[in-house]
Design a protein around this ligand. Structure first.
Ligand code: PLP
Length: 466
């Protein structure tokens, strides 16, 4: 039933999208609701027809601990029995404990924490912190940000300004900030006779070029995710890249913001991804996995250097969300950290990673898979129409929606970025599909997930390529 329904809906929505109907009609979404969730447990989702799906992308790369953990339920219920909410100016024990726990797992220089409710708020706040830091330290001319053309850092005006994508910008441009963008690390044009390390340094020097031509005296911070974004989503640069970025930032008094919203809390096999490179950011933004997606929670971790001027008399950061440090969200954060620790989920993610990537060759044997990359339990599969042209399907083929429909039929729930339809000629490349299951996934579940993915790819290809 559901299979037919998913495929039928998919047929209907090509090339357009259905508006929600029935009980969903007041929801602002242009995606059809094919599947209504009834229950989520561990790595599995169950719909109202009793069909089971593996949560193959962990929601939007956010479900790091498994769904429905009874320890989470106990922590939330315990907090609720005391109090669910208190104004942020009150001392709230869970908030103090969470900040302490975050500092304990972060790199040694990150010792101050601001809390908020989502990744976009965290990045927005990090941008404000960077700007205010320079104002407080006598460099008020520094206000611009540098980010990747293809980056994604959120949905507020400031975070959308960080994305260079004209598809985001065109509607909002008059009210967005005119910041700087640069090409990210990519191996598509890497010369065969250059080592990855040397190439990493060369790519990082793109930042130097942008600064040279744009007056570094006006630049406050550089922000990036530890792995690639957009067409190179999930590509992991060598450590030489990040060391060179760090050097350039220091040389020009530019703060380095590592956006670990996706990569934090064990996703890459380390607590935070920058640990792989042994490079410390000045600010780190965290969200998604911080609460295992159980409640909205996010944080900005700030280094001693950046925090110092904010400690002086009369200087304080202008930050004040109603829900910052929400006791229930903090309880969810604390329970998540406890579960990650007790179940050794970061180590487990590192141990399961080779099993996940064992399947990479099998995926790459498909004519629509141009690349498989990533780290830990983060795998990005680049889907294309043709591996020679390395381009994705035209919009009118509705290929991504079809992929999702076949995946659902085969018991897999994927995060739909719907990047595909927004691609312009300049950045055609492939469509990244994220395979990021909850970190508690076991070997046999990984094998099962990849068998189902293999079948999904074959059926999708049969439909699209004939
Ligand atoms: C790297 C990165 N930063 C920030 C965000 C924004 O987070 P949120 O959706 O919680 O606002 C996202 C969301 O996907 C993200 O991937």
């Amino acid at each position: 039933m559901l299979i037919q329904q998913s495929i039928r809906n998919t047929d209907q929505i090509i090339p357009g999208m259905l508006a929600p109907e029935g009980p969903w009609r007041h929801c602002f979404s242009h995606y059809p609701f094919d599947v209504e969730l009834a229950l989520a447990e561990g790595v599995y989702l169950y719909d109202t027809n009793g069909k089971r799906y593996i949560d193959a992308s962990g929601g939007p790369m956010a479900v790091n601990i498994g769904h429905g953990d009874p320890r989470m339920k106990a922590a939330l219920s315990e907090q609720f029995d005391r109090y669910a909410y208190v104004h942020p100016t009150f001392a709230n024990r869970r908030r103090a404990e969470l900040c302490e726990a975050l500092v304990a797992i972060a790199s040694p220089s990150l010792n101050a924490v601001y809390l908020c409710s989502g990744g976009s708020e965290a990045v927005d706040s990090a941008v404000k912190l960077a700007r205010q830091y320079h104002v407080l330290t006598g460099a008020p001319g520094k206000y611009r940000m540098v980010s990747y053309f293809e980056s994604y850092h959120g949905m507020t005006l400031a975070t959308m300004s960080l994305a260079g994508n004209p598809a985001y910008r065109k509607t909002f441009d008059p009210v967005m900030s005119d910041w700087l963008h640069m090409a990210q690390y990519s191996e598509v044009n890497m010369p065969p006779d250059v080592s990855r390390d040397a190439w990493g340094v060369q790519c990082a020097q793109e930042l130097e070029r942008v600064l040279y031509f744009n007056n570094p005296g006006t630049v406050a911070a550089f922000i990036a995710t530890p792995h690639g974004a957009g067409a190179d989503y999930g590509l992991v640069p060598p450590a030489s890249y990040w060391r060179e970025i760090r050097r350039i930032c220091d040389e020009h008094n530019i703060l380095f913001i590592a956006d670990e919203v996706v990569t934090g809390f064990g996703r890459t096999g380390r607590m935070f991804a920058m640990e792989h490179f042994d490079v410390e950011p000045d600010l780190m933004t965290l969200a998604k996995g911080i609460s295992g997606a159980n409640l909205p929670l996010a944080a900005i971790l700030v280094s001693d250097k950046v925090n110092e001027p904010f400690r002086k008399d009369g200087a304080y950061f202008l930050h004040g969300f109603t829900f910052q440090g929400h006791p229930m969200a903090c309880a969810a954060g604390l329970a998540t950290l406890q579960i990650l620790h007790d179940d050794k989920l970061v180590e487990h993610a590192a141990a399961m990673s080779p099993r996940l990537f064992e399947h990479a060759e099998r995926l790459k044997a498909h004519p629509t898979v141009a690349d498989v990359r990533g780290w830990g339990l983060f795998m990005a599969m680049e889907l294309v129409e043709s591996t020679e042209r390395r381009e994705y399907f035209d919009v009118d083929k509705g290929a991504e929606r079809l992929f999702q429909a076949y995946a659902l039929k085969n018991g897999l729930a994927f995060y739909g970025t719907l990047y595909g339809p927004r691609r312009s000629a300049a950045v055609r490349r492939g469509l990244p599909m994220m395979i990021c299951p909850p970190l508690c996934i076991q070997r046999d579940q990984i094998d099962d997930m990849m068998d189902r993915l293999d079948t999904t790819l074959s059926e999708w290809e049969q439909r699209l390529l004939g």
